[in-house]
Design a binder for this molecule. Structure first.
Ligand SMILES: Nc1nc2c(ncn2[C@@H]2O[C@H](COP(=O)(O)OP(=O)(O)OP(=O)(O)O)[C@@H](O)[C@H]2O)c(=O)[nH]1
Ligand SMILES: [Mg+2]
Ligand SMILES: [Zn+2]
Length: 304
């Protein structure tokens, strides 16, 4: 940790600077170099996010009270009409994990890329389970993603694991990475490949938070190699983007970038406006029809 981890307080309590590694309701687990403690933040629900750096007062050997949250460098969230769900704070990379089996959803992956890009976070799309024989669709989908300019990686967490571990370490070493993906794609298996005691630590986190099975929807922060971290999130099926405006959405489409600013109207939504450069590119094959349909669905559902 950069700052001195302890500083004496006027009221006799010891203050620590720590990382939020897990949350459940009003409870969090916070870790500094030496301890993991249970922490509460009074009066406010949901404003502590996994990955936050906090200042906390130690109240007993295993307990602390969060006093303040440091400004975040990034915050990734998804949202539907009803609520916003923060996935992690202070990550500098998102890995979107998918595989041929169970069936993967293209829009889920594209939406995760939109969310990462809108939050200013680097993204990598990882195709796992390359050992499966029915991988053709997954393979060509990954190629399409690479052609659009995103970083991609294909490996198997189960077969040739030494090499997979090396490939993965090359992408996550020295960074703070959040893994997202539908359930069953292999995120936790990849985490365990890199951090062999991660499974046991996950169980310990849950026990200390009294969270039982409900933790399956939450993010968990695993530090490794000093300053690096890998964040595992349980799979979810819908990556809502209701918090983004159509302009923010359009700005995340790599194939639009050379066209934005060339529509007749400055506030063009690229839906039905005359003189739209995006729709012109769609008509001449410069933008894949399924990508335009994806854009249209997001723009029509967007907040502004
Ligand atoms: N064949 C094959 N199976 C794999 C591979 N990686 C993971 N699996 C299997 O896929 C299943 C799901 O893996 P998990 O790591 O639990 O998936 P997850 O993404 O963490 O799923 P959630 O936690 O539900 O979101 C397990 O049965 C793994 O053993 C792989 O590379 N090849
Ligand atoms: Mg998992
Ligand atoms: Zn337009």
């Amino acid at each position: 940790m950069k700052h001195s981890p302890r500083a004496a307080l006027g009221d006799g309590g010891v203050q620590v600077r720590a990382r939020v590694i897990a949350t459940f309701g009003r409870q969090s687990l916070i870790a500094d170099a030496a301890h993991i403690r249970q922490a509460t933040r009074r009066g406010r629900r949901g404003d502590v996010v996994v990955g936050d750096c906090v200042l906390a007062t130690v109240t007993s050997a295993e307990q602390a009270r969060i006093e303040s949250i440091e400004p975040r460098s990034t915050l990734l969230f998804r949202a539907d009409q009803y609520r916003i769900k923060e996935l992690a704070a202070n990550v500098d990379q998102v890995i979107v994990v998918f595989a041929a089996r169970p069936a993967f959803n293209r829009w889920f992956i594209w939406k995760a890329l939109v969310a990462a890009s809108a939050a200013g976070i680097d993204a990598l799309v990882l195709r796992n389970k390359t050992d499966l024989s029915e991988s053709d669709d997954a393979s060509s989908f990954l190629q399409q993603i690479a052609k659009l300019g995103w970083r991609t990686l294909a490996l198997s967490a189960k077969v040739d694991s030494a090499r997979s571990r090396e490939l993965l370490m090359h992408e996550v070493g020295g960074r703070k990475t959040l893994m997202v993906g539908q359930s069953g794609m292999g995120k936790s298996t990849l985490l365990n490949l890199l951090i062999p005691d991660a499974g046991a630590r996950t169980r310990e986190y849950s026990e200390r938070l009294n969270a039982g099975k409900q933790t399956t929807t939450a993010s968990r922060w695993f530090p490794f190699n000093g300053d690096s971290a890998l964040v595992d999130t349980a799979g979810f099926e819908e990556f809502g983007l209701a918090h983004l405006s159509f302009g923010e959405i359009a700005a995340t489409f790599p194939e639009f970038s050379a066209l934005l600013g060339h529509c007749r109207f400055q506030d063009c939504r690229h839906l039905a406006e005359p003189g739209c450069a995006v729709r012109a590119a769609r008509a001449t094959g410069g933008i894949a029809p399924e990508r335009y349909e994806f854009y249209r669905a997001l723009a029509e559902a967007s907040s502004a």
